[in-house]
Design a protein around this ligand. Structure first.
Ligand code: CIR
Length: 256
């Protein structure tokens, strides 16, 4: 079977100015972020993922979080109408690369939508009603998508995927303080405990689950489900309110 492709972008020198509500945002270390990003890319490669690099952009401190710029659908990619003004130009550099893979689709205002709010579980797409994605964005995705789209209120945190990850099959990780697990009656759910909330955002590729380092309970539960946790240092991205999935835009081997 062919391998997935990950579109990534290394952090720029302005990364420390990323939007953040994290109490330690002031101490973002750019050099350490570069090292952590390299390790992330290596982990993707070790999971048999092809890497496509976007050029680093200094004009957009959050440019490293490429997941938010697009949603990969069956046979097309949606270019996200991002709510945050400082992030809106990020899509300009994604478009020429992404259109080599898939036809593109755009949404009109007043829709706002970040890729971090869209969780594709194979048969159903869950979308977060969040700080960044509004009901117009949700309606627009429902119209475009060939799969059923289910809206879910995000009670805390930035995006739906900050709190929910799909591990394949019928398995999810959910942070119950941010998203009510009752939204997922047909899934097996690993609930993250309160002191491991940051790890609710994981990225599964084949049997590997890329997750932040230092969350032993969740790592054990992932292992117990026959998957292999791959722990990555994420401190500098966490300080910018970003998680594991935010750092890549994954084009599946066969877009789902
Ligand atoms: C932002 O606030 O937009 C960035 N600092 C963090 C984006 C994280 N992206 C994601 O969860 N998909």
């Amino acid at each position: 079977m062919a391998n997935p492709t990950a579109i990534v972008r290394a952090p720029g020198k302005t990364f420390a100015q990323a939007i953040s509500g994290h109490p330690e945002a002031e101490s973002i270390d750019f050099d350490l972020a570069k090292i952590q990003h390299k390790a992330y890319v290596q982990a993707l490669q070790s999971a048999d993922t092809k890497i496509t690099f976007l050029e680093t952009i200094e004009s957009h401190p959050d440019g490293v979080f490429v997941e938010d710029t697009s949603v990969i659908l069956k046979n097309r990619a949606l270019i996200c109408p991002m709510k945050e003004t400082s992030r809106q130009g990020e899509t300009d550099s994604v478009v020429p690369v992404l259109k080599k893979y898939l036809p593109l689709e755009y949404l009109d205002p007043p829709a706002t939508l970040d890729g971090g709010d869209v969780l594709d579980t194979g048969e159903i797409i869950f979308i977060g009603l969040s700080e960044r994605t509004n009901s117009e964005g949700i309606d627009a995705l429902s119209t475009i998508s060939s799969k059923p789209v289910v809206a879910i209120e995000v009670l805390q945190g930035l995006h739906l995927k900050t709190a929910v990850s799909f591990l394949g099959g019928k398995l999810l990780i959910v942070d119950p303080l941010s998203v009510d697990p009752k939204h997922f009656p047909d899934f097996d759910i690993i609930l993250v405990q309160e002191d491991e909330r940051y790890a609710a955002n994981c990225l599964t590729i084949w049997h590997k689950v890329l997750m932040p380092a230092g969350f032993p309970h969740l790592a054990t539960q992932i292992r117990n489900h026959g998957l292999q946790p791959v722990e990555l240092e994420m401190s500098e991205f966490e300080k910018a309110d970003g998680g594991i999935t935010c750092l890549s835009l994954i084009i599946p081997a066969t877009p789902a």
